[in-house]
Write a protein that binds this ligand. Structure first.
Ligand SMILES: [Zn+2]
Length: 312
């Protein structure tokens, strides 16, 4: 089954939908007359978004099919190398912020953070839907033992079917003094508001929940954790979120994210107008950088990383 981005999502908030918020469990409101398969319903109680209807197993299999993360990589012209080096910088920061001991990377993807942690002499393991790596397990946090010096959820919490429960499970599996790193798209960001149902970081139907900073900062103490840092710079892809959104405002709503991926890593075959899309992106880059700088300065950045510690 193919899941097409352009019919994939809308942010709506009127009339009762019968579904519940994935974050706080409150009844959701949504406009069912929107003729799209998946959309985001904003919770009237906590402000988080939930993707409704909940994607089926077939829809998720299609959404995570080979094109999503092909073995040859996702981005040409050194893009994959750049992403790995950025992930290596995050790994250095995670290492420096964590007490001695093993680190668990929930949603470890291609293992770039695990590799960087290993290079720093850290014992580290990953969790992923599927992986051939010996240091990555398939399964969920619920199947993991405790005692981790750090647990990293780098843009993975929003992919999980029960994010609030996953946060609780992560908190329970930290060693005393251990550190939790949660990076997510920020549903309360300026770019989320500016681009609505075309916001890059909705990423429907893979993102099942759409969390706010306030929601995270309320949930962490409830799990016995002490928030120690909120960073709008380390969450990543803030400027690209603006650039993708600005390009998408042009006639025909070009999809910049698909245009910069390798042909085998595109959801759709279509590459019509790709060079015009890339040229528009080059011209709009200064505007995107300025907008990203402003929203970070206002602490309304498009992505956020929240760090919390389990008391000794
Ligand atoms: Zn809620």
């Amino acid at each position: 089954m193919s899941v097409r981005r352009e019919v994939a999502g809308a942010v709506v908030d009127s009339s009762h939908s019968g579904e519940r918020c994935l974050w706080c469990g409150a009844p959701l409101v949504s406009a069912d007359q929107v003729p799209r398969r998946h959309r985001v319903a904003r919770c009237p109680s906590c402000g988080a978004g939930t993707t409704v209807p909940s994607p089926t197993a077939d829809e998720l299999d299609a959404a995570y099919a080979k094109w999503y993360r092909p073995a040859c990589g996702r981005f040409p012209a050194g893009g994959d190398r750049l992403l790995r080096s950025l992930r290596g910088r995050i790994a250095r920061w995670v290492d420096a912020m964590s007490p001695p001991g093993p680190i668990l990377d929930v949603g470890s993807g291609d293992g770039a953070m695990l590799d960087a942690l290993h290079r720093r002499g850290r014992s580290a393991a990953g969790l992923e839907r599927e992986s051939n790596r010996p240091d990555v397990r398939s399964g969920s946090l619920a199947d993991c033992e405790g005692g981790w010096a750090a647990i990293v959820m780098w843009h993975s919490l929003e992919h999980l079917p029960a994010p609030r429960q996953a946060l609780a499970e992560a908190a329970q599996r930290l060693a005393p003094g251990g550190t939790l790193f949660v990076a997510v798209p920020n549903f309360s960001s300026l770019q989320a508001r500016a681009f609505g149902n075309r916001w890059l970081h909705l990423d429907l139907p893979r993102h099942l929940s759409h969390l706010t900073v306030a929601g995270l900062l309320t949930a962490l103490p409830a799990e016995g954790l002490v928030p120690i840092e909120v960073s709008y710079l380390r969450g990543g892809q803030v400027a690209f979120g603006w650039l993708h959104g600005l390009v998408g405002l042009l006639p025909g709503h070009p999809d910049l994210y698909q245009s910069i991926r390798r042909p085998s890593a595109r959801e759709k075959e279509e590459s019509r107008g790709r060079w015009a899309t890339l040229l528009a992106a080059a011209l709009l880059s200064p505007v995107a950088l300025l907008a990203a700088g402003l929203e970070v300065a206002w602490r309304r950045g498009g992505t956020v990383c929240v760090v919390a510690r389990r008391p000794q």
